[in-house]
Design a protein around this ligand. Sequence first.
Ligand code: BJW
Ligand code: ZN
Length: 252
Amino acid sequence: MKRPSSNLLALLRADASVAVLTGAGISAESGLPTFRGAGGWWKNYRAENLATPEAFQKNPRLVWEWYNHRRDLVGQHAPNPGHLALAQLESLCKTFALITQNVDGYHQRAGSANVSELHGNVMKSRCSGCGHECEAGMENWKDGLPYCSCGALYRPGVVWFGETLPATALQNAFVAAENSRFLFVVGTSSVVYPAAALPQLALERGAYVVEINDEATPLTPRADEFLQGRAGEILPALVALIQLQEGLPDKR
Ligand code: BJW
Ligand code: ZN
């Protein structure tokens, strides 16, 4: 595991205005598959058959089968030390914003307060007719499909390819990338836009960009620091070092 540099720790001490962008890699150690890596969803399934509006129109039963399986996985597993460390980091920073591409809600379950979900939440449903939103399990299921009281089908409350991102979450993400002194980019392959544009924006605004990933990505050559390894090990170690230099007790 690569250790944070003394440069990073000294800078953090001087101005801890921090933004964090997370991706599927942070939940991999909880037991949730990623999308693109070994064992990732897109190794065995085609994204265009499961995660597009066209796929839902063509075969809503298949799409719902997959999302119900994803809901089961989210319920069976739990946040890991990486999620918990980010919740602790929030309490140590002057300003803190957590931007996630994940739909599992694990950051909130770990105790993070200021979370912007760029790609929605798998435990929510939205009516494809009237737009009504509800929690998973509150739909009226018939023949493998969930119906709203208006008669139209519910869809998963996530963002598929070709769809626009929720306006408030996206706005929060751009504000955080533009104004934070640090951006930590954790467990994302940095290939899906507009999320993948945030680190570049932060770099242009003079932020110190730290990538935490077990593999190099297209962002790696541009990042100020690349901490190669598992998020569930690196993030708790980073938080412990910050607490140490602040003279705070290690609450892990
Ligand atoms: C670890 C680890 C450990 C593993 N520790 N690390 C500009 C340029 C090019 C294309 C576009 C563009 N703008 C828009 C597009 C099109 C498209 C896009 O980006 N396509 C690219 C793939 C080419 N974007 C969109 O369509 C977006 N909408 C949009 O832009 O709207 C505006 C618009 C609309 C209409 C016309 C024009 C513009 C929407 C994107 C929605 C993405 N949706 C999904 C599914 C969400 C629901 C669900 O969960 O089912 O979001 S796809 C999937 O990818 C999911 C993820 O959030 C997203 C990102 O994946 P992520 O998190 O990076 O995971 P992986 O698996 O890729 O990577 C995991 C990483 O973790 C790896 O690097 C590992 O090494 C690492 N790792 N274990 C640390 N323990
Ligand atoms: Zn409805």
